[in-house]
Design a protein around this ligand. Structure first.
Ligand code: GDP
Length: 389
């Protein structure tokens, strides 16, 4: 390559070859017109996949945005990206971390991730933020989170878009895991708030489900749903530091008893109940060792592979269902009928089952449970003003 080069001005004019330095002229940055700064060319799935595989973090972030997108224009590139990257997925340990707001999830993930990162693991953190369905606000919040982890070069933190619907965010979390694994991350931590449905969804995407709890003021088990304990593979009571230590130990013992009674029959995994402090790092190691023990045991007796197989089938089912729902909703006759019938159902002049039957029938679908009530369709037809079915 013929690059114009000159000697730096501190080299004496009559110097020989003892000065090896050359200054190569650079290219001045091109100014980007203000209005166009944000616009990007459409993503090319193949190029993006290659960049993600090469460890380009900004490509990974763009890839996730692409698969999260609901825009029809992004679908083909998103699908291509997933197809190209899927063969490289599956290599990480996927761990779900849940707990009530304030349990210390993000502090814990920060501490754990920093430890793992320090030990040479590449850690990706994905947050599944269910968002409040009422306010559309984020439950996980946008406080400065995971500062230790964020500084590590081999870590990647991806908060989910706030205001996204629960199913939508969780649906794309599976795809995001694929992308992170293809990018070389060997630990994927999926954070979710333990307030309802989201933890069940996340439990269905991970190899190990870790539940973080707090020592309560009175009855230690108050407010802890039996359901969430049954989902857990490992439990930890956080904030075992300072004055809180003794209370955490009491809570831990009480919880361990409850877990023992709820736990699976002999021979199966007995979820350990540990104590830790995300603030002092005490016990974090032990929690991770329990996760590794669980995963190693599962790999040895086949539970790990069986769980992943089950999860793949659930993923397939979810995608087919989603595709059907979208294709159905996009049919012109369905859109027209819904627009027509919804105000009547809302106004109380048409029963919901009758309207549903009309919409399903008009689209060529006829749900079996409605077929016995043909009379209802007859009543609606004249209102639709013609033959739409
Ligand atoms: P999240 O809502 O579950 O993500 O909880 P955060 O990680 O945001 O923590 C909630 C609060 O608890 C913050 O003020 C943290 O500093 C604090 N916290 C988290 N972990 C610990 C801990 O191990 N010990 C103590 N004392 N405080 C903690």
């Amino acid at each position: 390559m013929n690059v114009p080069a000159s000697r730096p001005d501190w080299v004496p004019p009559d110097a020989g070859t003892e000065f090896t330095t050359r200054v190569v002229a650079g290219t001045p940055p091109r100014a980007i017109p203000a209005g166009r700064a944000k616009r990007r060319a459409p993503e090319d799935g193949a190029a993006l996949a290659a960049a993600i595989r090469a460890g380009d973090r900004s490509a990974l972030a763009r890839g996730i945005t692409l698969v999260e997108s609901r825009a029809a224009a992004h679908r083909a590139a998103g699908d291509e990206l997933l197809q190209r990257l899927s063969p490289f997925a599956g290599g990480s340990v996927r761990v779900g971390v849940t707990g009530p707001p304030g349990a210390g999830k993000s502090t814990f993930i920060d501490a754990l991730g920093a430890q793992l990162g320090g030990a040479g693991r590449a850690v990706a953190v994905l947050s599944v933020d269910p968002s409040s369905p009422v306010t559309r606000g984020s439950i996980l919040g946008d406080k400065a989170r995971m500062e230790r982890l964020a500084r590590l070069p081999n870590a990647f933190i991806r908060p989910s878009p706030s205001g996204g619907e629960l199913g939508g965010v969780a649906r794309r979390t599976r795809e995001t895991i694929v992308l992170c694994e293809a990018a070389g991350f060997d630990v994927v931590l999926v954070e979710t708030v333990g307030v309802g449905q989201s933890e069940v969804l996340v439990r269905g995407m991970v190899d190990c489900f870790l539940v973080l709890l707090l020592a309560g003021a009175g009855d230690e088990l108050q407010g802890i749903k039996k359901g969430i304990i049954e989902l857990a593979d490992v439990l930890a009571v956080n904030k075992a530091d300072g004055d809180n230590r003794a209370r955490v130990e009491t809570a831990r013992r009480e919880l361990a008893r409850a877990v023992h009674y709820l736990a699976a029959p002999d021979g199966a995994w007995q979820p350990p109940v540990l104590a830790c402090s995300a603030r002092t790092n005490e016990g974090i190691d032990e929690v991770w060792r329990a996760v590794e023990r669980f995963v190693a045991g599962g790999r040895a007796h086949g539970g790990f592979a069986a769980r992943r197989r089950e999860q793949s089938l659930a993923w397939l089912g979810a995608l087919v269902e989603e595709g059907l729902r979208e294709a159905f909703a996009a049919r012109p006759e369905v859109m027209r009928l819904r627009a027509e019938l919804e105000p009547r159902v809302a106004g109380g002049t048409l029963p919901a089952p009758a309207a549903a039957q009309a919409i399903l029938a008009a689209s060529g679908w006829r749900a079996p449970e409605f077929s016995a009530k043909g009379a209802a369709v007859g009543k609606i037809r004249p209102v639709m003003g013609g033959d739409s079915g």
